[in-house]
Design a protein around this ligand. Structure first.
Ligand SMILES: Nc1ncnc2c1ncn2[C@@H]1O[C@H](COP(=O)(O)OP(=O)(O)OP(=O)(O)O)[C@@H](O)[C@H]1O
Length: 295
């Protein structure tokens, strides 16, 4: 569904350049429900905005289904945003209208794209557990309920891909569990591909795969230990390490990222010695640094 190769995003402000993504690789299969985790400033939102067609990449490759998002024309990008992708933000005020009912809010994007389908709008609200509240105005709903309306809206045009930026960032842990269960239901029953961006490690146990981003690059990948695990059983509170098997990401040309804490523990600066030891590769501080530097 998604392939990013060597994805680069540079923001230019006055004379300053910020390299938010520096050659990121990522691949997401159709029907996968995965999370991208990283610290503040690691490039998560930048990646999601590019995948959602809200921002253009600077270089590299980014393909979502049949769409090449580096080369797509502005007109096609509008079609892509309308038909292929659904978006959920942490701050749902961005796509909700408080003076309309939940149902009217879900119908609004359908009207914009000329495909009003009231039965489907009602079905979506029922799926997110708001059957009895669909005629309430948004301002009469709680924050968690509004977030569920936002999920229904994001699916109103039947996208194949759902992108969620910190979807549980401003709700309590019970509501967070409800939202993750709703995502899982849509993933299973509609085959929806879901990419969730978060810095909340407790969401990790609820997805099939977690990709960690560090400094604009994918660094580590966590894959669920038992993919057949019943997803309806809450795994909340588990860290990626507990619920998943961890792998370091090795890109197509053999590059990998060594965690900063490992490098500083061994006082490795900009050079290291690498030895192949039959069945492992050993990375150590250079034995003869001076020799190395004069070479
Ligand atoms: N529009 C912009 N102009 C300039 N720099 C930007 C812009 N958007 C993001 N950046 C910079 O790019 C880097 C990555 O930002 P990004 O928002 O993608 O990180 P993030 O991982 O989503 O962080 P957070 O969790 O805090 O939202 C940061 O250094 C940020 O300051």
């Amino acid at each position: 569904m998604i392939t990013c190769e060597g994805l680069v995003k540079i923001y230019k402000a006055d004379d300053l350049e910020v390299v938010a993504l520096q050659g990121l690789n990522l691949s997401v299969k159709p029907g996968e429900m995965m999370a991208i985790i990283g610290n503040s400033g690691s490039g998560k939102s930048t990646l999601l905005n590019i995948l959602g067609g809200l921002d253009r990449p600077s270089a590299g490759q980014v393909q979502v289904g049949p769409w090449n998002l580096l080369k797509v024309s502005d007109d096609d990008l509008v079609k892509y945003k309308r038909d292929t992708v659904g978006f959920i933000w942490q701050n749902n005020a961005r796509n909700l209208l408080p003076f309309l009912t939940a149902l009217e809010n879900v119908e609004m994007p359908m009207m914009f794209s000329g495909k009003l389908d009231r039965a489907y709008a009602k079905q979506l609200l029922e799926w997110v557990g708001l059957k009895d509240r669909m005629h309430n105005k948004l301002q009469q709903l709680s924050g968690g309920e509004q977030q569920r309306v936002a999920i229904a809206i994001s699916l109103s045009n039947r996208p194949q891909l759902l992108l969620a930026d910190e979807p549980t960032g401003s709700v309590d842990s019970r509501t967070s569990d409800i939202i993750m269960d709703i995502f899982r239901k849509f993933n299973r029953e509609l085959g929806l591909t879901i990419v969730i961006v978060t810095h909340d490690l407790s969401l990790a146990g609820k997805v099939d795969r977690v990709v960690a981003i560090r400094d604009g690059l994918t660094s580590t990948e966590f894959i669920k230990r038992n993919p057949n695990l019943d997803h309806s059983q809450p795994l909340g509170g588990q860290t990626p390490e507990e619920a998943h098997e961890a792998f370091v990401v090795v890109d197509r040309v053999g590059r990998l990222q060594i965690p900063k804490e490992y490098l500083s523990a061994l006082a490795i600066g900009d050079k290291a010695t690498m030895e192949f030891d039959g069945d492992k590769i050993v990375i150590t501080k250079p034995k003869s640094l001076e020799e190395d530097e004069t070479a």
